[in-house]
Design a protein around this ligand. Sequence first.
Ligand code: ME8
Length: 521
Amino acid sequence: MQTSQDGTGRFYITTPIYYMNALPHLGHAYTTVLCDVMARYHRLWGDDTYFLTGSDEHGEKIAQAALASGESPQAFVDRISLAFRETWTKLGISNDDFIRTTEPRHQAVVQRILQEIYDRGDIYFGSYGGQYCLGCERFLAERELVDGRCPDHGTEPAYIEEKNYFFRMSKYQDWLIAYLNEHPDAVQPEQYRGEVLSFLRSPLEDLCISRPKSRLTWGIPLPFDDNYVTYVWFDALINYISALGYPDGELYQRYWPAAYHVTAKDILKPHAIYWPTMLKAAGIPVYRGLRVHGYWGVDQAKMSKSRGNVVRPLDLSDKYGVDAFRYFLIREMTFGQDASFSEEAFVMRYNAELANDLGNLLNRTLHMIGRYCDGRIPSPGDEQTEERRTFIERVLSTPAQVRQAISDWNPQGAVLATLELVRAANLYLELRAPWTAYKRGDQAHVNATLYDVASALRWTAVLLYPVMPGKMTALWQALGQPGQPAWQDGRQWETLAPGAAIQRGEVLFPRQELVLQETAS
Ligand code: ME8
């Protein structure tokens, strides 16, 4: 059976490399957790998976932030980049590599690609004046401005005119339109693909790809003119292949054909327009897919430093546990749409779904297995009733639903399908009432019921493992299973071996009270 979306059994997934001008917030955590969850699902069913994240360390925005904090740019990015890596470790992120754009391995590839495109005649020297948004680190077309301001940053762009190098992006406009039409899967969800195609209906301008060193020194020098450094996007996008050791690296050969980039909608254009045309100009195949998600707001407002409502991921994971935080992010946001964060909603979901639905099911099941079955997973027996068959069918169809949801880039759907299974198991317990069967001495009924529910819990541990690796390992071990949750293909029911001794440890998801603290911004 082919196991990945590209039919090769391989899966390469990347986060954006975040700007190292401030500490990570909820938005960065979401994309990174999401990619981690996707990578872990693919690893679960045996795909050869590679997961990359990293840091974008050059450019004016970062040089200014370093200046403001009184540090050299290098010392500043060293510090922030370390903070990002520490955050990812604490959030259980299982990336295979972390690329920094200040690393020589990256700079060498950027210079090589610049030279290649220059030699092919697609980079030229010219003069340009335009509206530059520092927040976006790009020139905005007049038609992108709203009331003279950048719609994303709410700031007025600065008019900049200077002599620079340009990438002949306009030359690739027709090619890109044809490519996107022939590869409808390249940019998804559909609304974002539509946005790109609609932007491409107007003429595409060439891309300014340099900054004079007289104005900015914090960047990679152009290999063909030492008076200039590379523009941030031309530098940053290349991380996706420099980290794989382009052009000769084994990792590049192995993973580039299976590449999926994940970003939020703010950087759709650089990823859907600049990057494919850059790749085309350099003679490199286009990535397999760009997957674009929406924006997190906080309590219905935009998250921003000036509003003082920036959500720090470690505050939440320290308070409620890393797995609960990961669960909420994936469960709450529908991929592609915007979502709003509030601690009330977080605690409500936690209590209803993790503490009640899942936590109580586990507590009751372990308690009854302890009491009625000598603390060992009972034998399933051979009862063939309709209600039992229906439940078993239900359990066995869930793994396929989860797998389909992941292949559709619907991780929320994967979580909800598993949650439905948990709810069905709670109903099954009520319906079968093993406690009354025990009183009347019907041990076969008790055993069959508790075996079935324990099997559902076993699958729950497997199916939610990518989202909550720590807690689902604890659940798995509570059921007396060795090691960590493992996927088993096939529809066989008896994957849970009878006789295993259950382990009753700490409560998996203790109920939480909502305590809101004033947090310093
Ligand atoms: O754009 N909701 O870096 P960046 C959801 N360095 N996701 C959010 C978010 C929010 N409110 N805010 C940020 C850059 N993100 C470039 C990328 S890639 C070659 C170079 C996430 O630090 C989301 O993934 O501004 C978004 O696309 C990214 O952070 C932007 O990060």
